[in-house]
Design a protein around this ligand. Structure first.
Ligand code: ATP
Ligand code: MG
Length: 247
């Protein structure tokens, strides 16, 4: 079956540094795939390339078999790529509900059926549902800039889901969360429908092993290992890479 995401030979350079050096990655429909590795391994850069925010100097990105290497972030989003960033990115002066409505609007009605009023009503309904799901309903009228870090994370997840993603890219979603907030996040990710595949960058390996069925390990812009959580957990190579430089 054609994979949801296929990346071949991705290379990104910053001056003489190869942030990515010929990386291959495959994510199947509905898969929970983790991307781990020491600081500076290239994890965020790889998500940037998949989301279309960074153009690689080499390699190709295919979404459901279609080459999107030259398409930007908006086109990838229309093709089902949703994302949350390492530092939560929300519009601080808009309310919580407005943030989700703005994210939902381009996806609220099918192409060719666009009517402003219909789209606005659909976006409003989507925002209401998603804010309930992430537990932010009571804060809907609050400017997003006033939210605590953990609440911003939840808001960014709601915004990403408003785009009806088939592939959700999550960059260290548990970073900076309290133990209670991590529990809520894990429960939420477990309940995500299988129609949504997840590519999760996370330093907390306990969460990776709990949530994911496949793990890819990056180091110095290259794939060091890939396999099931049990294989990765038992890998001496991975243990050494982490011992030499992580978090
Ligand atoms: N815009 C940039 N300009 C120059 N170098 C960059 C840029 N972005 C990333 N890098 C470098 O590319 C390498 C990979 O960075 P990246 O942010 O992808 O790593 P990471 O695996 O996400 O690390 P972390 O776990 O710390 O988030 C690092 O050496 C980083 O310093
Ligand atoms: Mg990173």
């Amino acid at each position: 079956m054609t994979p949801l995401l296929a990346a071949h030979g991705l290379t990104v350079r910053y001056g003489s540094l190869a942030a990515l050096d010929g990386v291959d990655l495959r994510v199947d429909h509905g898969q929970r795939h983790a991307l781990i590795g020491p600081n500076g391994a290239g994890k965020t850069t790889l998500l940037d390339v998949i989301a279309g925010a960074t153009r690689p100097v080499g390699g190709r990105v295919l979404l459901a078999g279609r080459d999107v290497t030259r398409r930007g972030p908006a086109a990838r989003s229309r093709r089902g790529v949703g994302r949350i960033h390492q530092r939560p990115a929300v519009w601080a002066t808009l309310t919580v509900a407005e943030n989700v409505r703005v994210a939902a609007l381009p996806h609220a009605v099918r192409p060719g059926r666009w009517r402003p009023g219909v789209a606005r009503r659909a976006a409003r309904a989507t925002a209401d549902t998603l804010l309930d799901r992430v537990g932010l309903h009571d804060l809907a009228a609050r400017p997003a800039g006033q939210l605590a870090h953990g609440q911003r994370r939840q808001l960014e997840i709601a915004m990403a889901l408003a785009g009806r993603p088939r592939l959700l890219l999550l960059d260290e979603p548990a970073a900076g969360l309290s133990a209670t907030e991590v529990g809520v996040l894990v429960g939420f990710l477990r309940e995500l429908p299988r129609a949504v595949a997840v590519l999760l960058v996370e330093h907390r390996l306990d969460l990776v092993y709990e949530l994911c069925d496949t793990v890819t390990v990056l180091r110095d812009g290259r794939t060091l290992a890939a396999g099931s959580p049990a294989e990765i957990r038992g890998s001496e190579l991975v243990r050494r890479a982490y011992a030499e430089g992580v978090v």
